[in-house]
Design a protein around this ligand. Sequence first.
Ligand SMILES: Cc1cc2nc3c(=O)[nH]c(=O)nc-3n(C[C@H](O)[C@H](O)[C@H](O)COP(=O)(O)OP(=O)(O)OC[C@H]3O[C@@H](n4cnc5c(N)ncnc54)[C@H](O)[C@@H]3O)c2cc1C
Ligand code: SF4
Length: 511
Amino acid sequence: MGYDVIIIGSGAGGGTLAKRLAPSGKKILILERGDFLKREPENWNVRSVFVENRYISQDTWYDGSGKPFQPQVHYFVGGATKMYGAALYRLRKEDFEELSHHDGTSPVWPISYEEMEPYYSQAEEMYQVHGQRGIDPTEPFCSAPYPFPAVSHEPRMQRLFDDWTKAGYHPFPAPCGIMLNEKDMGFSRCVRCNTCDGFPCLVQAKADAEMIGVRPALEFPNVTLLRGVRVQKLLTNPAGTAVTEVVTEKGTFRGDVVVVSCGAANSARLLLQSANGCHPGGLANGSDQVGRNYMYHNSQAVLAFSIEPNLTRFQKTIALNDFYFGMEGFEYPMGNIQMIGKTMGAMFKGEKPLLTALVPTAVLNRIAHHAVDFWLSTEDLPRPENRVTVDPEGRVTLSYTPNNQVPARKLYEKLKSMLGSLGMHPNYLIPRRAYLKTEIPLAGVAHQAGTCRFGNDPKSSVLDTNCKAHELDNLYVVDTSFFPSIGAVNPSLTAMANALRVGDHLLQRLK
Ligand SMILES: Cc1cc2nc3c(=O)[nH]c(=O)nc-3n(C[C@H](O)[C@H](O)[C@H](O)COP(=O)(O)OP(=O)(O)OC[C@H]3O[C@@H](n4cnc5c(N)ncnc54)[C@H](O)[C@@H]3O)c2cc1C
Ligand code: SF4
């Protein structure tokens, strides 16, 4: 069967692109290895989601030393956005430029912030982002206001906001992609629950790639979605200049244009698995860059203890970028501080199973009653040796050596030093996961990016500035693989904006 465009993967990149192309009338096929994520009571059940890992794939990947692990990937229509916290940030203008970090240089992007800016505004409109401009001192130029007002703070968060402000810092309302109407909660689709970040939304009120991208695209008769279809390989013409067939477990498909958007690790895997005589090192891999430069942020999920109880339900309303580019006495970028979903007692059972095995949930609930949860992101730098590889049996290895750890530690220490003045116990800022260190382990691939970076030079990049493979005429990649660097804010909005940008290019091309 022939299509004008085949999109492989329906997450932030693929789902957004499908929506952009749908009104064109072109014949579009979306191939998604997962199914619709079922609406069921377990969506909001802490035990099912955090302890039993109900929505995490059964994949086994291996680290650089050959040790197996279960990556936290989510194979559903909508991809990882079904589980995401919907914190939809723009990269800073400086993230598009060369930036000096403690451990080296974060490279310049081949397009400027100004080129991406209109698409950021469109993506914010599309994904119904709630926020407020003009407060974050690192905010780049924005051509449009947020389409919706910022999500209000609950009392304990308002106090944190006020305390930070009193201390001379510049907290700002975190940008959130949720369908919340605080003026009329009787009509609001979002009920402002405490099971958002890391959970699917039972009432379909999260602005995820299924609800905002795929479902609206499917209203057009020219768009077809095939679920439960995993793409195994891409075949090319004899000259190796174009993809001719998309091979799946359930048949082979032909498309004039083929767009890969399987998530950074799986997109690299697909290209590497598609090696042939013309592309012996993997499809589009003459530069030997496919799979390299894997990044996933130096992220830390930590909790502090509020002296007064923290009764917040929806906690993800505040962020702080005062240390994004460093601070007095430390001139290198440190990153972003934001809130994450509120801890609940039962979560500890999944996050710290050994420590909490014999502790009754009621006791854990009392601890959680005072917990205030922060997410700290520091940029990790692209390194060629941090990479995805695939062996002949299809085994995926993710080799990763951390870098830029000093600024991550500084950010942690800075936050800890402030706790006393924020109404929290000054001595405790503890990791939320069952590891000795605060960093998220390799299995936490939520922010994966960078394995097929775009650039002007085919020798050092996989994709051109339109995210088309340098070496093939009809192959594109639109997930977070294209990032040459990851900045220190959550990646989805950039993937969405870029998919809209690439969509405009494809609309021109398909004309
Ligand atoms: C718990 C959690 C919280 C997060 N919170 C935030 C947040 O608050 N803000 C933010 O910006 N980001 C957040 N993220 C990250 C965000 O979800 C990802 O950055 C984003 O979804 C990446 O988009 P993508 O298109 O690259 O990949 P994905 O969204 O993962 O989409 C890839 C799709 O490809 C499909 N696929 C894979 N292989 C194949 C194949 N061979 N054949 C067919 N289909 C295939 C997958 O099933 C999937 O649907 C979070 C992620 C998680 C897991
Ligand atoms: S806070 Fe709103 S969007 Fe998030 S899971 Fe709850 S109802 Fe859904």
